[in-house]
Design a protein. Structure first.
Length: 300
């Protein structure tokens, strides 16, 4: 004879598997999901947009109470991620193009800001000025984006970890100069073209940059003088090269006093010797003294 199985116990266990406990139902219900109207943070910030399991996720607009700034764009797991724009009130001063203004982190704001004691004017009633429009990753600028600086300068190009990195174009409002080329850690670094503005009448440099300075082989075109320098640069200055006259513009007369013909017997050898010394000096500045130089110094 088969043993009798208590059916009541079996049914109770099946119910535990199929039905979600009430405490779990309440926990799930308390998490924000989908599109929500304005949600106020303890520090006075406001968010309008999409949620997923209690985290900002999808498209949404975040208003920062302390600064009056506004972020509008994509979110992922409670941080800015994807395409978005960041704007500040028109009266707020931003950092210069050289400094690469760092935008605030949502996580940092949550930790550092206390509840606002003084009521703030709603951000939508203020005139906003766009600071950045482009890609974000893990709450910082990353990918292609455009940054607008307080002095009117503008950078359009690649970002990595909230700094200019890779290929990009910068327009300097102060003198109307334009740089297009490679960037590293927020400064001009690598190959690029710099077209000077008002002060230099459109003179143009094409060549290498190192830590925001002209360094290495490059050529400089003097637009009004109609001359071309081609050679080595060090610490933003021409060091060793050749200077020649360019053909006059259409409708203009040739230079009255052209550059005289070089009278050296072997100019190429002289240039090669000087360029080698410049290269050695550059390597020493970048890499430090060589082992041979160190040993010579120790013996002395």
């Amino acid at each position: 004879m088969a043993p009798i199985v208590p059916t009541g116990l079996a049914m109770a266990r099946q119910a535990d598997i199929v039905n979600t406990p009430k405490w779990k139902q309440k926990e799930i219900a308390s998490l924000r999901n989908g599109m929500r109207d304005t949600v106020y943070m303890i520090n006075g910030d406001r968010y309008i947009g999409e949620w997923n399991n209690g985290l900002k996720h999808g498209n949404g607009t975040y208003h920062y109470a302390a600064t009056g700034a506004v972020y509008q764009g994509e979110w992922q797991n409670d941080v800015r991620h994807g395409f978005g724009t960041y704007s500040v009130p028109a009266r707020t001063q931003r950092k210069s193009a050289k400094q690469g203004a760092l935008l605030p982190s949502v996580t940092a704001l949550k930790k550092s800001q206390s509840p606002s004691s003084k009521p703030q004017t709603p951000t939508e009633h203020k005139q906003l000025r766009k600071v950045y429009a482009g890609q974000w990753e893990n709450d910082v600028r990353h990918g292609h984006g455009t940054c607008f600086y307080d002095d009117g300068s503008m950078y359009d190009g690649m970002w990595n970890g909230d700094v200019r990195e890779g290929w990009g174009r910068m327009h300097y409002k102060s003198d109307d100069s334009m740089y297009e080329g490679e960037w590293h850690e927020g400064v001009r670094h690598g190959q690029g073209v710099l077209v000077l503005g008002k002060c230099s009448n459109g003179d143009r440099y094409e060549g290498a940059f190192l830590n925001d300075l002209k360094e290495g082989p490059g050529r400089f075109i003097y637009r009004n003088k109609r001359q071309l320098y081609k050679g080595e640069w060090a610490l933003d200055l021409p060091k060793c090269g050749t200077l020649i006259d360019l053909p006059p513009r259409e409708g203009h007369q040739p230079r009255k006093w052209p550059i005289p013909k070089l009278g050296l017997r072997d100019p190429d050898t002289i240039l090669a010797t000087e360029q080698k010394l410049i290269l050695e000096d550059r390597l020493e500045r970048i890499m430090g003294p060589s082992d041979e130089v160190k040993s010579t110094t120790e013996v002395a």
